[in-house]
Write a protein that binds this ligand. Structure first.
Ligand code: FPP
Length: 243
């Protein structure tokens, strides 16, 4: 099956994804959790290709949350190594589809070898403007909002801004990636009905698409189904339907 992305009326500019279910996918097959993450990394690659094909400009994936540091060291180390090997594997994809890589989160907590590899991939793709692939790494949305609040408070302290000037736009402008539009669609795999501290501010008006499919099984066809579901939604942003 070759999904007809061109047949869709609306294509979201930005799709954010909570990639869940790698562990359960592996367990069902008697494999180690890291095997599930490895297969999940193949799904990321497939979605990068599908996003470029469909015209989605921004893809953000939740690869590692601030809470994920609590996982066993073996799994954390495995995920860091997988991140690096995945960046090697995606390199061609990024160039072929003119995708710029960006990351968001507390990157200083990552091991040096991972930070170096990420920086290399970001530098090599910084000139691309067609598509952007954002990896949320060591990311927590409450921490992002706290960081933004601190930056604003420091400006108030220095007298650069006045408290009465603080509004929604100013908070958006102090988040990690202020130039990136809010996601219109958020996909979560494996059926969990939670936000898990992901883009709390940015997802305020987004459509949510929750599927029971585990992330390693989520490929182009499943991405197309999510976009189809998005097309069937009626987005009013708190207003009334003009139809
Ligand atoms: C959640 O599944 C998944 C993660 C915490 C890691 C996601 C990471 C990848 C797919 C690796 C590659 C990513 C990039 C961007 C290179 P889970 O372990 O919580 O699954 P479970 O709920 O079934 O246990």
């Amino acid at each position: 099956m070759n999904p007809n992305f061109q047949g869709l009326e609306k294509i979201p500019r930005h799709v954010a994804i909570i990639m869940d279910g790698n562990g359960r996918w592996a367990k069902e097959r008697g494999l180690s959790r890291i095997e599930g993450h490895k297969e999940g990394a193949q799904s990321v690659r497939a979605i990068l290709r599908a996003a470029a094909k469909s015209g989605v400009e921004f893809i953000t994936v939740y690869a590692f949350s601030t809470e994920n540091w609590k996982r066993p060291a073996l799994e954390v180390d495995g995920l860091m190594a997988l991140l690096v090997s995945s960046l090697n594997a995606y390199e061609q994809e990024l160039h072929d589809n003119k995708i710029c890589l960006r990351v968001m989160g507390q990157l200083e907590r990552l091991p040096l070898f991972a930070r170096k590899r990420i920086q290399k991939a970001m530098d090599a793709t910084a000139h691309y403007t067609d598509h952007t692939f954002i990896i949320a790494l060591s990311y927590g949305s409450r921490m992002e909002i706290a960081d933004a609040t601190r930056k604003i408070a420091e400006k108030v302290k220095k007298g650069e801004i006045q408290t009465k000037e603080i509004n929604e736009q100013m908070i958006s402008d102090h988040l990690y990636l202020p130039d990136v539009p809010n996601p219109e669609l958020m996909i979560r795999t494996s059926g969990e009905l939670r936000l898990s501290n992901f883009l709390l501010w940015q997802l305020s008006y987004s459509e949510f698409y929750i599927t029971d499919t585990y992330w390693p099984d989520f490929r182009e066809e499943q991405f197309f189904q999510a976009l189809e579901a998005f097309n069937s939604r009626d987005r009013r942003y708190g207003g009334v339907n003009k139809k």
